[in-house]
Design a protein around this ligand. Sequence first.
Ligand code: SF4
Length: 463
Amino acid sequence: MKHTNFIDCEKLYGMLENNTPSESELNDILNKARQLKGLNLGDVAKLLCVEDEAQIGKILDTAHYCKEEIYGKRLVLFAPIYTGNACVNNCVYCGFRRDNKTLKRKILTLDEIENETLHLLRMGHKRALLICGESPRNDADYMVEAIRRTYAAKDEKGSQIRRINVELAPMSVSDFAKLKAERIGTYVCFQETYDEVEYRKFHPAGTPKADYLNRLTVMDRAMEGGIDDVGLGVLFGLVDYRFEILAIMEHARHLEEDFGCGPHTVSFPRIEPAEGTPFSLPENIPHPVSDKDFMKIVAIIRIAMPYTGIIISTREQPAMRDQLIKYGASQLSAASETNPGGYEEENTGAQFTLGDHRSLDEVISVMIDGGYIPSFCTGCYRKGRVGADFMDLAKPGLIKEYCKPNAMFTFREYLEDYASPETKEKGLRLLKELTQTFPKEELKRRVEGNLCKIGEGERDLYF
Ligand code: SF4
């Protein structure tokens, strides 16, 4: 299929000129958002132009409402496995870029991938993101083997990774079909920036990544290759964040129109300092995004695309992550290392500096204090509720009927198998309280039944 550019930069930048909404326009947009049907490009452009503190507060409140209505207190946790830091590209902001000579380059062997997986399993993780730089040494065939070995690894308690997502360089339709056959969940690839002119400055010519259109159309090829769920993202700090949000909306519209399903997730990374990478230092970032603006844009995507997962990584500090959870984030990486062999404490170079160094147990302990349900759930993916089917299920709000119980089951497993005694004690208390919140008696009984079975040693129960 021929792929064309669906981003009209001039139009999108034009929509951000003198477009601040009046109070009544803002209220109309936010009332519409509360119907949980999403917003259009024009609405989002107006919200992005809001600067007034009180008006931003209204956007945040609306996002909080949408988040609670759809996701409740559930938060999905995962961790990355960096399989390699070799890269043929030279992206100016990245520690893995080809010309960074300060880095020790490494591509993990399959045994090393198994070791990294075991580290994640022994923390209590069930969802992994396989990620690496772009290199012929970690092509699709290598990734197929890496995925197989990751799924096959089993810790002493018999736990295995239940969903692998991948964040990989663009590839062909036939390579995507190979990954699909290995049961990957979401294919993630960040556009970095949708501004084609600026894109060229950050991705020097002569590298594969310099091809803007190849990257822009990668999700089309992924879907043609049979991948059900795709994850979008930009690297915030490269150009005006407001433009990027509009471009993400356009990308989502394009996927919906051509493939019947928008993105499964949108990630929100900001540029963080990376070793040997002067561009990534705060004073050199062309369009830094303040904490206030970052919260605003997470909130805007939450209300504009209410059923799309929002991912926040350990780039962000714990306090910021706590705020972002309130206003829209639904998935968090936790206890991450961002270098190959990092969980084995190998001293290879990392892609960026971490902002959150807490262990998984510490992250979960804080979540429990806030009443959140840590979820390692993979139920929808394993029941085939993916892509457009997932969206059909999610949109009428049925997500609550499945996701909350399933999150509770995986949380109970974590408490039984991996939690510290303090975390286990307060976690069990929270589960007891949550069980009382199901309005339907039959569902409540089924949830109680499964929680009890998990307490007695059964595993991997889900609706
Ligand atoms: S951003 Fe990705 S493609 Fe660019 S240098 Fe880093 S690892 Fe390579």
